[in-house]
Ligand binder design. Sequence first.
Ligand SMILES: C[S@@+](CC[C@H](N)C(=O)[O-])C[C@H]1O[C@@H](n2cnc3c(N)ncnc32)[C@H](O)[C@@H]1O
Ligand code: SF4
Length: 451
Amino acid sequence: MPDAAQILQKYAKPVPRYTSYPTAPHFNPGIGGAILPEMISAATGGERISAYMHIPFCDRLCWFCACHTKQTQRYDPVQAYVGSLANEMELYRQQFSRKPVLAHLHLGGGSPSLLKHEDFNRIASALEKTFVIDGQTEISMEIDPNDHGEDLLSGMKRLGVTRVSIGVQDFDPVVQEAINRPQSFEQTRDLLLAVRSLGIQSVNIDALYGLPLQTIERLENTVGGVVDLLPERVALFGYAHVPWMKKHQTMIREDDLPGTLERFEQAQRAEALLTGAGYVKIGIDHFARPGDGLEKAAREGTLRRNFQGYTTDSCKTMLPLGASAIGRAASGYVQNLVPTGQYRTCIDNGKPAAAKGYLFTPADLIRAHVIERLMCDFEFRFEPLPQRFGAMGHDLVKEAVAIARNDEDGLCEADDVAFRIPLPARPFARIVASWFDAHMRQSAFQYSRAV
Ligand SMILES: C[S@@+](CC[C@H](N)C(=O)[O-])C[C@H]1O[C@@H](n2cnc3c(N)ncnc32)[C@H](O)[C@@H]1O
Ligand code: SF4
């Protein structure tokens, strides 16, 4: 049984959340363009594909936020940006020899919920022109409850949204003031009722621990409120304090932040409340009701992890749409230009906005596989590795056995069949995954806390 305090002290070094391998700081300038032709040929070759669309605007700025977004009081930059999104889809459309079938679309941000009806309509029209959208297409969207209004509801209906993710973070007014995010329980409940009235059956709520002035008691009340809202899924993230990357986080007083052990205890308490309320823990930070798609995938070993977190999306190709959006093809990752102005200039001049990317080496593919399985299933089996990856598979099995042998803290184990993270060590899964990360060994990049 690992001693949490000792482990947290020993492995204080920040580690990635492994929503990709290699992680985004390892993407290289200029590589992205090389991936695009492969994406286009996969998309027109009959494969079902996914797309991620980024809306980098918010009408408020929460001080904890680590997303690529910009606060705007005026709507015209958003409207202009939607024009560029439509142009980007048109650029793809011109290169598709036939319309690809869209399996999943995720609209993230920022806050896609701030769009006006006419822009939801422009996006929906461009999507319909570019892709086949059928009864199976899942369209998910992130919503800031502050944006609740007629435009949002009619826009979601026009887009055919099937799944929403609502940001709560914390319901306590003291914590909300410390993060500049006032949001009452009633406001969130009313949005949820409106979402349900549209026939949307799948709702996720995001909550955070490790926030300034958050205590176990305040978190308990927040989790209680979340449970009362009956979402199908809950994402419980640890607040990532990265003021060297996000200047507005300097508005948060570091003295108000809970310490590492306190964060750990908060995560454990929130988990106990959620599982006590009938949710099943999925991977490191998600919870789902029994029978939900994510829970079923976790049970059946088909859970996947991508830039949006845990998912049932198994498409090999994901198109990036919008500034900073990351896409994926069988051979690697591609990321669009991050600054909104530069992205728009490129697209509006008829050029793809791919700025960075990563081409997988064969060694990356096997490490990506084992890291994804550890993050999803907390284990990987040895038998498929040599079958799938040849000699490298044998080497990785040897490496895994050596890692388990050298581990003095009970964080992992290996037998003849598999490498595993035992149940009590699962809060430290990111640390164990990082032992298989060949890039991290050479990296100077600073990630967020492991727990
Ligand atoms: C794009 S935002 C959510 C959508 C919407 N804008 C909102 O705030 O409700 C996605 C989620 O990322 C999480 N997030 C943002 N900044 C974070 C940070 N610094 N650490 C951990 N999670 C963070 C929050 O839980 C947030 O709900
Ligand atoms: S948390 Fe959501 S609303 Fe707040 S700044 Fe970030 S993206 Fe915008």
